[in-house]
Structure formats: structure tokens, C-alpha cells
Design a protein. Structure first.
Length: 555
């Protein structure tokens, strides 16, 4: 039992203690509360994994609740994309999606209750005046001149705010707490503001909207959430969360914080991600270079790899920057199990097998994935003229170069051993093709040639090869911490080689591929058909290389 306890993370320890103490009748009910003002990213993936996995482990439930309290930035497009991303990641929330806007009337009544208890007041000060009166971390704030308003006056003004009588920014509702609090967030924080904008769900029914810090905890209480699990950035907001619960006398949801997900070469600020989209640095929220879940899906990253990455990084109380090599390793581990191995030549060099009969075509069996015993095999055409990789030949190679050079033997994957006899050049001295000899008795699976060939090369038959486009994606930024650089802004750190377009030649089995399928281009990397790919114009996105070594990566 002790060894099992030692393996628990601190959130699980809290949950198990609550269950043992009979708190909330042993219920475990979590929630994931995204703002519908952007697409989900890798940081959200961690929060989703934490909330859903803990609830699943203890037989609980998880709500999906959209924190839609700012009509200026929220759109139904984001609501739909968030639901799609959560389900793609492998999770299903309890019941129907919920919205903070479902609770606008109840939240309004909570605010009225605070006014009646002298715990809230309407302030006419400008945003600049409110900021100035707040003081500094080392200097107490000063009470607003409107803090002494009577209960009756505050109730009247708040009702008139709701009725739309006042202009945006002319009045706010503030909690009446302590302007000398060492926590700046507790110095009479704003809990309601006027915003005459059309809401994506409630239309023009409301022109006052609750601030996040007010809506968040009360929504948890309304839903009787037992464990409100948030990232560390909300730690200083917890006292206000608890203050509202105590002063309203509502269900005592409890907030607990964990370290958010920070990964090298990725940014998770929605504002900065939106700027990348709006300024055309990427093609959209689902650009395969983006750290969004839709971008990762478009790039071919499996959902299971993201879940495994979240599990491997664990749940901690301290912020840290996770190496991208760990993320890539999780992606490779998953793709290695499910990706079909195929032949694709990135930089072709023509090979003529001079002793292979002209016009002859042979169908050779190729296994799809030796890691998956149920993956089967396919037939691949072999002919007299093939393409190999340009880098698989050197005229004057160094020691331990086990591929082709004059007089050397190499095996063609799934086919025969060949010997390089001659490098044919044009008038400028450029190699146009290689003349090679094959050994019929060296056929894969029945080799009795006795010839030793250390190198194994991938290839495609020129007669049957399909021309395609490869999009070689690299990290979007050239620095592992693009938002924390000492001298440069994040846009100055964009990697100019984050996307390279390249013409390639692939085996004919790839003529009718579908978006989302996973392939390993042998000896090259993992690829997926792009969503824009057609049979007339095949396009493949590189998901990840076979090993780390991209130009953006630290050496």
C-alpha cells in the first residue's frame, strides 16, 4: 500500500484524502473551463488530461464549461473547435456542454446578495483612477470615494447598469474587501463591468458581464464541483475564490493549482497565437507549426502521443520548461506502432540496373509494419530503372560509409543486392545516373548469393513512382524560450526554415491516401497526407523526423 501511495501525485493525494474523509460524500467532480476566444493548445491539453484523468481514476465526472463572459472576443467557431479537440484527444465530458452564460441570472443575484451584505459597491471611477488608487505591492491602496455608498444606492445603480442606462466603462461593481491587502488582487477587485456587445449565446439580453474571478468560483459552486484544478497562474486568485464562497454561503468548491505545460519552442499565449494568425505568419490556427491541438492533428501527431506526453511530464507544483525532444519521443513511440512503412525518395538519384531485363516489372512483397502483426503487406513494383536517395551515393566516401560507391554492394529494401559499377556524368561533371548490377540470387527472403552488403537503401521504381510535395515542418521559433528572450521579441525569433516545400517521389500505393493516415517514409521520418492533398497533387506533412536534429533544436 505504501508503494502505491508513494506513486501518487499531490493532486491524487488530495483527492484520496477527501474520499477517505467522506468529503462531498466521496464524490469526485472536476471541470475544464476554457474561454471560447481561441483554439486549444498544448497547455490546455495538460489541463484536460489532469481534470479528465483524475475524475476517471476515481469514478467521477468532468464538466465542460465554457467561460463565456467576454462577448468581445468569443465566437461559436471556438466553441465548436474546442469540443472537437477534446473528443479527438480521447475524452468525453459529462452530459451536455455547459456555459457560464447559463448562470448569468444566478451570478447577478449573487452580486446583489453581496451588495446587500455591504460586500460590494458601484464605483464611478475611471480605469486609470482605479489603478492609481490600488497602490503598489509595497504601498497600501486608497479607498474609492464611492466605497461609502449606501446599500440602497448601490442596488439602484447596479440595477440601472443592468438596464443599460450607463455607457461602457462609466461604472463597475467592485467587491468590498481590503485596500491594504498584501495580495493586490484582493484590493476591492472588479466583479462586474458594462459591455454593450452582442453575446454569442445570449444576444443582447445582457449589457453587464461578470469578471472571470467572480464567475469562475460561483460557476464551480453552482455545478457542485468538488475539485477545481487550475494552473499555477491562478494561485493568487484563490483567496478571492474562497472569499466569494464564504461570503455568499454557497457550495464550497475548492481550487487547487498545478504547474502548467511549458514546452521548448512553443508559445501558449492566446494573444500571441492570434497575432501569428492575423499577421499571416502562419496559415491559420490549424497550421501544423502551431502548438494548437488542431495544428498538431493536422501535422499528424496522434492524440495518444499527447496523452502520453502529459503523463510522462507528470503533475507538479513548480513551473519548468520541458524539452521538445521528450515531446518528439512520445510522438515517435506512438507512430512507430501504427505507421505504415513506405518508400519515398526525397532527393532522387537515378539508378539503371544494366543486367535487369528491359521492360520487365516484378511485384515484390513489402511488410507494412513489423511492429504490428496485423498490419499485413502490400506488393511493390520493381523495374530496371529506380530512384535512390542522392545522399546514398558518394564517389569518394569516408570510412564506415555503408551505402553505394564505385565497387560497393548495397541491398535495396525488400528487393536485391546491387553493385555500383559506374557514375555517369554530364558535360559539366554532374552525375546524371549510376549504372549498377543486380544479383538475381540475392532476392530478399531467399538470398543465397553469399554477398555481404551492410547498407540497406530505400528506392522507388521510376516507371511507377508518383510525384508528390513534401512539407518539411520544423519548429516555429529559433529559440527554445521565444517569449522570454533577453533582447528579442518573439516575432523576431520566427524560424525562417520552419517550412520547406520539396518535390519527392513516392511508391504507387500512396496514390489514394487519406488525410489523417500515418506513414513512415523509410529512413526519413513520419508523414501524414495534408488536408489539401488530392490524387492529382499529393501533399505530405512531415510529422516528426526519425531523430532529433532540426535546425531549431539546441545541440
Amino acid at each position: 500500500m505504501s508503494s502505491e501511495k508513494e506513486s501518487l501525485n499531490f493532486l491524487e493525494e488530495i483527492v484520496e484524502k477527501d474520499i477517505a474523509d467522506g468529503k462531498h460524500d466521496g464524490r469526485v467532480h472536476t471541470r475544464f473551463p476554457p474561454e471560447p476566444n481561441g483554439y486549444l493548445h498544448i497547455g490546455h491539453a495538460k489541463a484536460i488530461w489532469v481534470n479528465f484523468s483524475i475524475a476517471q481514476k476515481y469514478g467521477g465526472k468532468t464538466n465542460l464549461r465554457f467561460d463565456d463572459t467576454n462577448p468581445t472576443t468569443e465566437e461559436t467557431e471556438y466553441v465548436n473547435s474546442i469540443q472537437k479537440d477534446i473528443q479527438w484527444l480521447g475524452y468525453q465530458w459529462d452530459g451536455e456542454p455547459l456555459f457560464t452564460s447559463d448562470y448569468f441570472q444566478q451570478l447577478y443575484e449573487f452580486a446583489v446578495d453581496l451588495i446587500k451584505k455591504r460586500k460590494a459597491y458601484v464605483d464611478d471611477s475611471s480605469p486609470e483612477e482605479i489603478a492609481a488608487l490600488k497602490g503598489t505591492p509595497s504601498k497600501p491602496g486608497t479607498d474609492s470615494p464611492f466605497k461609502s455608498r449606501s446599500i440602497e444606492e448601490n442596488l439602484d445603480l447596479f440595477e440601472r447598469m443592468k438596464a443599460g442606462e450607463f455607457e461602457d466603462g462609466s461604472k463597475v461593481l467592485r467587491a468590498n474587501i481590503d485596500m491594504a491587502s498584501p495580495n493586490m488582487l484582493m484590493r476591492d477587485p472588479l466583479i462586474y463591468r458594462i459591455k454593450k456587445e452582442t453575446h454569442h449565446r445570449t444576444g443582447d439580453d445582457w449589457c453587464i458581464y461578470p469578471m472571470y474571478d467572480f464567475a469562475h468560483g460561483q460557476s464551480d459552486s453552482i455545478e457542485k464541483i468538488t475539485h477545481s484544478l487550475c494552473s499555477l497562474e491562478f494561485m493568487h486568485h484563490r483567496p478571492l475564490y474562497d472569499w466569494c464562497v464564504e461570503n455568499l454561503g454557497i457550495f464550497p468548491s475548492k481550487q487547487t493549482e498545478f504547474a502548467r505545460m511549458n514546452v521548448e519552442y512553443m508559445i501558449t499565449s492566446k494573444r500571441k497565437l492570434l497575432s501569428l494568425v492575423n499577421e499571416g505568419h502562419v496559415t491559420g490556427w490549424d497550421d501544423p507549426r502551431m502548438p494548437t491541438l488542431s495544428g498538431m492533428r493536422n501535422r499528424g501527431i496522434p492524440a495518444a502521443a499527447i496523452r502520453n506526453f502529459c503523463a510522462k511530464t507528470g503533475i507538479t507544483k513548480r513551473e519548468n520548461l520541458i524539452e521538445i525532444s521528450l515531446f518528439n519521443s512520445c510522438v515517435r513511440d506512438e507512430l512507430n506502432k501504427i505507421a505504415t512503412r513506405v518508400m519515398a525518395v526525397m532527393k532522387p538519384l537515378k539508378v539503371v540496373i544494366t543486367n535487369y531485363p528491359e521492360g520487365q516489372v516484378e511485384e515484390l512483397p513489402m511488410e507494412n509494419n513489423r511492429e504490428d502483426e496485423n498490419s499485413g503487406s502490400r506488393m511493390l513494383p520493381f523495374s530496371r530503372e529506380i530512384y535512390i536517395e542522392e545522399t546514398d551515393f558518394m564517389e569518394d566516401p569516408p570510412k564506415k560509409f555503408f551505402r553505394l560507391f564505385p565497387g560497393a554492394h548495397s541491398r535495396l529494401k525488400g528487393a536485391y543486392i546491387i553493385r555500383c559499377d559506374e557514375a555517369v556524368k554530364d558535360g559539366d561533371g554532374n552525375i546524371t545516373h549510376l549504372n549498377c548490377t543486380y544479383f538475381p540470387e540475392s532476392k530478399s527472403g531467399s538470398d543465397n548469393s553469399g554477398i555481404k552488403a551492410k547498407g540497406v537503401l530505400h528506392w522507388v521504381s521510376i516507371q511507377h513512382a508518383v510525384k508528390a510535395e513534401a512539407r518539411l515542418y520544423d519548429v516555429l521559433f529559433s529559440d527554445p524560450s521565444p517569449t522570454n528572450h533577453e533582447t528579442k521579441e518573439y516575432l523576431e525569433l520566427l524560424n525562417p526554415e520552419s517550412l520547406i516545400h520539396q518535390t519527392i517521389y513516392v511508391e504507387p500505393s500512396l496514390k489514394e491516401v487519406k488525410h489523417g493516415e500515418k506513414y513512415q517514409f523509410m529512413r526519413t521520418g513520419y508523414f501524414t497526407p495534408a488536408k489539401e492533398s488530392t490524387e492529382q497533387h499529393l501533399i505530405f506533412n512531415r510529422t516528426v523526423t526519425l531523430k532529433d536534429g532540426w535546425k531549431g533544436k539546441k545541440k
